[in-house]
Design a protein around this ligand. Structure first.
Ligand SMILES: Nc1nc2c(ncn2[C@@H]2O[C@H](COP(=O)(O)OP(=O)(O)O)[C@@H](O)[C@H]2O)c(=O)[nH]1
Ligand SMILES: [Mg+2]
Length: 262
């Protein structure tokens, strides 16, 4: 007579296993990094993000959204993916920082989404605190800020400082936070999914999310914003003009709950 274990063995073995992608547990955090020609910065960036998450006991994935840089980003990301939970999304038909971030959100499985630059200007070590603010419900939007006590920029020329301050002042009608231009933030994935229509105009996706996702409580933590060591800034005059248009649209959205006609 067959034993109870043997009786159970057959039917269980006959059930096909789901593909590996379905059985991977969703990570707590998805870190989205938009890139254009940032290959030399990626190894240190990924290393430090992974160390920061592990040090805080957080599971995470790193989603690099690259606009077909052809500078070795793909090969570098492939090498990193052998050691870290790195996913590379290459966009060939589209360009732009904000749309790259939204594209990264589509693949993200974490409950908390973090967005940061690839050029090591934003300290990965601040990620756990940004995530805790969201997870513990202390804020709707957690922001790495250069302009709160303890935060600063590194060796900026007066022209660069003035440019940043002017942009911050321009953003005043849509937010009173101190550093809406920082680009380093965390937000709950559920909040993004409930958002009003997102329009990735220009390069300030943080500002767009803050307004369109109805984030009332913006919590800022100080960061030291480092100058990039490799590569060049992709910020152009055109982006700065788009920024002014973006602010106008967000201000109208704030007032009337919808965007202005084109
Ligand atoms: N995917 C993608 N990433 C971009 C684009 N433009 C800028 N980035 C990335 O966005 C981040 C911030 O850009 P950066 O040039 O450092 O801007 P700055 O810090 O304002 O000078 C970096 O990680 C860039 O590689 C773009 O068109 N597409
Ligand atoms: Mg930069």
């Amino acid at each position: 007579m067959a034993t109870a274990a043997a009786q159970h063995a057959l039917p269980l073995q006959a059930v096909p296993l789901p593909p590996p992608s379905d059985v991977r547990a969703a990570p707590a955090v998805s870190v989205i990094v938009p890139t254009f020609r940032e290959a030399p910065n990626l190894p240190e960036l990924v290393d430090r993000i992974a160390a920061a998450l592990a040090g805080a006991g957080l599971s995470g994935e790193i989603i690099i959204v690259d606009d077909d840089s052809r500078d070795g980003t793909q090969e570098t990301a492939d090498r990193l993916a052998a050691r870290y939970p790195v996913q590379l999304v290459v966009r060939k038909a589209e360009r732009g920082l904000s749309s790259a971030v939204l594209c990264g959100f589509e693949s993200a499985r974490g409950a908390t989404l973090v967005v940061m630059d690839a050029d090591l200007s934003h300290p990965p070590e601040a990620i756990p605190e940004l995530v805790r603010i969201i997870v513990e419900g202390r804020g709707d939007f957690a922001l790495g800020s250069r302009y709160v006590p303890g935060g600063r920029t590194e060796d900026w020329t007066p022209a660069r400082w003035l440019n940043s301050k002017a942009a911050t002042l321009l953003a005043r009608p849509v937010t009173s936070c101190r550093d809406p231009m920082s680009g380093f933030f965390a937000i709950a994935a559920s909040r993004v999914r409930r958002a009003a229509e997102l329009r990735p105009l220009g390069y300030k996706i943080g500002l767009e999310l803050m307004v369109k996702c109805g984030c009332r409580r913006v919590v800022e933590i100080p960061i030291v914003f480092r100058n990039r060591r490799h590569g060049e800034s992709k910020l152009t005059i055109r982006q700065q003009f788009l920024f002014v248009r973006h602010i106008f649209q967000l201000a109208v959205f704030r007032l009337f709950g919808r965007r202005p006609p084109e």
